[in-house]
Write a protein that binds this ligand. Structure first.
Ligand code: 5AD
Ligand code: FES
Length: 360
């Protein structure tokens, strides 16, 4: 029994913050006992805010063309073995229609950094979705753009933006990305998104190459300071034909442990049990929910393109049988005592939030 670990966990539960060295202690002294305690506390605090409802987001992977070359990513520019595609505006709108009929009230438009999708083209798509589905949230996951672009997309009707910080350690960031990408620019983008008024999602991979407990502690400190509305974390999973193809994957246990910690740091955060977690373990998403997550992001992309959006190997939900992830997930959640709801799934945060009241 590690008394220090338990006292750190109690302190985190009470104050929702820790000194950097305590985060590092927590990460490097993970035990089954500690993980169970954290999961129980995280689940309880999630229940007190969101109950046992699970929010779903319909993920539309509209382009796998990307100008970036992140070393971990299966659809990086240098991977010439990828069969590239881009959905048309009518195809994207058809995904939304199908999603709406299935009960989705949030659409996530995710794609590589594909220059074809100019502000004009994106504004056209976003405003059509906004007009057709005024009761839905529109989330974007399009990577780094300039502030003016983020503003135009927001004005067209987008509400939320997912841009994982990937790692809060600059030197580590530089080992995961090519020289053309900059940690400072990523941070600037996150601040711009926040200032414009988006609900912002950050996040990192667990077990990414060269990551140590110290880097994870820095990620947790950054999450504590940024107070994101959403936080996407999943295990790193190697992708073939990338420089990191031979690195080991992150684990279910460590990812779930971090999900619980993040729930205690930002009690109202919208926290997905990610597809990557479901990929490394058959019941990974269920375990994520049991450890404090409250969001699932099933795929709404046309089945014919799903195998082409392979950020990592063996990604689930890419075959014919997964056309209806919604039904599959209803059953899976029901089995563990949770209910998927047809709801925008907004954050339940006081207006005077802890990041200075910029969130409305
Ligand atoms: N394993 C796990 N997650 C990955 N991502 C990209 N490549 C991988 C990989 N090999 C994640 C990144 C990115 C998000 C869209 O997918 O964190 O931000
Ligand atoms: Fe996609 Fe089960 S969630 S097939």
């Amino acid at each position: 029994m590690d008394e220090k670990l338990f006292s750190i966990i109690d302190s985190l539960e009470d104050t929702h913050r820790l000194p950097l060295q305590d985060y590092e202690y927590l990460v490097s002294h993970r035990s089954d006992e500690g993980a169970m305690l954290l999961a129980r506390k995280a689940s309880a605090i999630r229940d007190s805010i969101y109950g046992r409802d699970v929010f779903v987001r319909g993920l539309i992977e509209f382009s796998n063309i990307c100008k970036n070359d992140c070393l971990y990513c299966g659809i990086r520019k240098s991977n010439s073995t990828v069969d590239r595609y881009r959905l048309t505006e009518p195809q994207i709108l058809a995904c939304c229609k199908q999603g709406y009929d299935l009960g989705f009230r949030t659409f996530v438009l995710q794609g590589g950094e594909d220059g074809w999708f100019t502000d004009e083209r994106l504004v056209s798509i976003i405003s059509k979705i906004r007009a057709a589905y005024p009761d839905c949230a529109i989330t974007l996951s399009l990577g780094e753009r300039d502030r003016d672009s983020y503003q135009r997309l927001f004005d067209a009707g987008a509400n939320r933006y997912l841009l994982r910080h990937e790692t809060a350690d600059k030197a580590h960031y530089e080992r995961l990305h090519p020289a053309a990408m900059s940690f400072d620019h990523r941070m600037q983008c996150l601040q711009d998104l926040r200032d414009i008024g988006y609900d912002v999602g950050i996040g990192m991979m667990v077990g990414s190459p060269y990551q140590t407990p110290h880097e994870l502690a820095e990620d947790l400190k950054f999450i504590e300071e940024f107070q994101p509305e959403m936080c996407g974390i999943g295990p790193f999973i190697p992708a073939h034909d990338t420089p990191f193809a031979d690195f080991p994957a992150g684990t279910l246990e460590e990812t779930c442990y971090l999900l619980s910690i993040i729930r205690l740091i930002v009690p109202d955060v919208l926290l997905p049990a990610t597809t990557a977690l479901g990929t490394i373990s058959p019941l990974g998403r269920e375990r994520g929910i049991q450890c404090g997550a409250n969001v699932i992001m099933p795929n709404l992309s046309p089945v014919m393109v799903r195998k082409k959006y392979m950020l990592y190997d063996n990604k689930i939900c890419t075959g014919e049988e997964s056309a209806q992830c919604r039904t599959c997930l209803d059953l899976r959640m029901d089995k563990i005592g949770y209910t998927i709801v047809s709801d925008r799934g907004d954050i339940r945060r006081e207006k005077s939030g802890s990041h200075g009241g910029t969130h409305v």
